[in-house]
Write a protein that binds this ligand. Structure first.
Ligand SMILES: [Zn+2]
Length: 453
C-alpha cells in the first residue's frame, strides 16, 4: 500500500518533520518507505496509490496511563485524590466483578480511544482477574496496541476491592503468562500495584520479582497528591522518600511507568533517572483533582524520561490531542504563577535580597520554558514510545517503524475549514482546538482499526 498525504511527525522534542506532499509505503505491518511522494513513488513503481489528500498522516498516539474501569465515573468533580477514590472510583471498580459489564465497558472504551487517535494504550484494570482477561480479549479483537495490568491491592481499600497477597500475585502471574507478548508483542502485561498505600511490602516485592522473571512492565502511581505523600510517609517510615518505597521493593527499572510524580524531591529524580524509569505526566487529571503541576520543562532538561497520559477517569477525556493541549496550558499557568509570585516577593519589605533568594529557591520560582504543541506532540508519540522502550520502532513515520498511524482532517481545527500552510500552526490548532471528529482512520501495524463513516 502506498498512501499519498501530508506527513507530520516529531522525531525529537524540538523537531517537527513535515512533508506537504508525502508518500508512505506500508508492508507487513511496517512502514517500509516514507518521504516526498515523487521520490517514494519512483522507488515503488508497481504499487497502487491510495490518495488521501487533503488528509494528513500522523504517528498514532500513545496514552501511557489510564484506568479503563473508571470510564463510567469520568468527570466526577469536586474532590481531591483520596476522597475521590472512596466516593466515585472504588464503587465503579467494584462493578467490574460483573464480567458482562467489564466487557461492554472495554469495548466502548477501546473504540472511543481509537476514534480519538490512541493506537497504544497503557491501562490499569481492577483487582478482578476475569475482568482483566476480558479486557485483554477486547483489546486483542479490536487491534489496538496495549499494555494492561490487573490492579493489585491487599490493604487500605474497601472490602470488595481487597485481595489476599498470595492470590493477587498468583492471578497476576497467570494473566501475564497468558497475555504478555501476545500477537507478536502487540499486547503486553504490566504488574500493577495500585500505589504504595494500598499495597503491602510483600505484594510490591512479589510484583517486582514477577515483572523481572517475565520481562513485563510495572506500572504504579507516585507522588501525585500532598495528602497521599503524608500517608505514604506514615505507612513507610523506613523509606527515605516516596520513590524509595518502590526502590526497596525492587519495582524501579527501565520498564517501570510511574503515573504523575509531580511532587518529587531532587534525590527521587536522580534515582529515577539512574534506574531508567519513566514518569507519566497527566496534566488534565492533575488539574481536575487539584493535585498540582509538574515542572515538566525542568525535568525534561534534567534528562528524566516523560510521556503523557489521560488518566481517565480523573482525566475527563480519552483524547490525547486534548491532553497535549492541557500539557501546554499547564506549563504556561505554572510559568505565569511563578512570575506573579516572584513579583510579589520582590515587593515584600523587611527581608534581605539573600532571604528573598532563599525563599524563591524553596518555592521553586525560577521560571521554566513552556511546552509548545510540537513538544507535546513528541511526548504523545515518540516520547511515549521511548518510555515503553520502543523508541526505535514506534512513534515516527520512518522506514523500519511499525505502521501505527492516523489519518486526520486538519481542516476541522481551523476556524475557516482551511489548511494552514504552516505545519507548526496547524499542529497548534490540532492540540488547542481538538475536534472529536479529527481522526478519520487509525491504523495499528498496518491494520485499520478505526474508520469514520
Ligand atoms: Zn491513575
Amino acid at each position: 500500500m502506498l498512501i499519498r498525504a501530508s506527513l507530520l511527525s516529531a522525531p525529537a522534542l524540538q523537531e517537527l518533520h513535515f512533508e506537504a506532499d508525502g508518500g508512505l509505503v506500508v508492508e507487513g505491518g511496517f512502514i517500509s518507505d516514507a518521504g516526498a511522494f515523487g521520490a517514494v513513488a519512483s522507488r515503488h513503481p508497481g504499487l497502487a496509490v491510495e490518495d488521501l489528500r487533503p488528509f494528513w498522516i500522523l504517528p498514532g498516539l500513545v496514552d501511557l496511563h489510564a484506568h479503563l474501569p473508571q470510564y463510567e465515573a469520568v468527570a466526577a468533580d469536586g474532590l481531591e485524590l483520596l476522597p475521590w477514590l472512596e466516593r466515585h472510583i472504588f464503587p465503579a471498580e467494584a462493578r467490574f466483578a460483573d464480567l458482562a459489564h467489564a466487557s461492554a465497558t472495554a469495548r466502548s472504551y477501546l473504540q472511543d480511544a481509537l476514534s480519538l487517535g490512541t493506537t497504544t494504550a497503557v491501562l490499569y484494570t481492577t483487582i478482578h482477574a476475569d475482568a482483566t482477561d476480558a479486557i485483554f480479549r477486547e483489546a486483542e479483537a479490536c487491534g489496538i496496541r496495549a499494555v494492561i495490568g490487573k490492579t493489585m491491592m491487599d490493604r487500605n481499600a474497601p472490602e470488595a476491592l481487597l485481595e489476599d497477597t498470595a492470590t493477587s500475585l498468583r492471578t497476576s502471574e497467570e494473566l501475564c503468562r497468558t497475555w504478555h507478548g501476545r500477537d507478536g508483542g502487540r499486547l503486553q502485561y504490566a504488574f500493577t500495584p495500585r500505589f504504595a498505600p494500598s499495597c503491602s511490602r510483600e505484594l510490591m516485592t512479589g510484583a517486582g520479582r514477577l515483572a523481572r522473571d517475565y520481562g513485563a512492565f510495572i506500572q504504579t502511581h507516585l507522588a501525585e497528591n500532598l495528602q497521599e505523600l503524608a500517608w505514604v510517609h506514615r505507612l513507610f517510615p523506613e523509606a527515605d522518600h516516596y520513590a524509595d518505597v518502590y526502590r526497596r521493593a525492587d519495582l524501579l527499572g527501565a520498564r517501570t511507568l510511574l503515573g504523575h510524580g509531580i511532587h518529587l524531591l531532587p534525590p527521587e529524580r536522580t534515582l529515577l533517572r539512574e534506574l531508567g524509569c519513566s514518569l507519566v505526566h497527566c496534566p488534565s487529571s492533575n488539574a481536575f483533582l487539584q493535585s498540582g503541576t509538574m515542572p515538566l520543562s525542568a525535568w525534561l532538561e534534567e534528562g528524566l524520561s516523560v510521556g503523557l497520559g489521560t488518566d481517565v477517569g480523573a482525566g475527563p477525556s480519552l483524547s490525547m490531542f486534548r491532553e497535549m493541549g492541557e500539557a501546554c496550558t499547564a506549563s504556561k499557568l505554572r510559568r505565569a504563577s511563578q512570575q506573579v509570585q516572584t513579583a510579589r516577593l520582590g515587593r515584600v519589605a523587611g527581608i534581605t535580597d539573600e532571604q528573598k533568594h532563599q525563599i524563591a529557591e524553596a518555592l521553586d520560582l525560577e521560571p521554566q520554558p513552556t511546552l509548545d504543541a510540537a513538544g507535546a506532540f513528541y511526548l504523545a508519540t515518540r516520547g511515549g514510545a521511548r518510555a515503553l522502550g520502543l523508541g526505535d520502532r514506534l512513534g515516527a513515520l520512518e522506514a523500519g517503524f511499525e505502521a501505527d498511524f492516523l489519518v486526520v482532517d486538519v481542516r476541522l481545527s481551523d476556524p475557516f475549514g482551511r489548511i494552514s500552510p504552516n505545519p507548526a500552526q496547524a499542529l497548534s490548532r490540532l492540540v488547542y482546538r481538538s475536534d472529536p471528529r479529527l481522526v478519520q482512520q487509525a491504523y495499528v501495524r498496518g491494520r485499520r482499526c478505526f474508520h469514520r463513516d
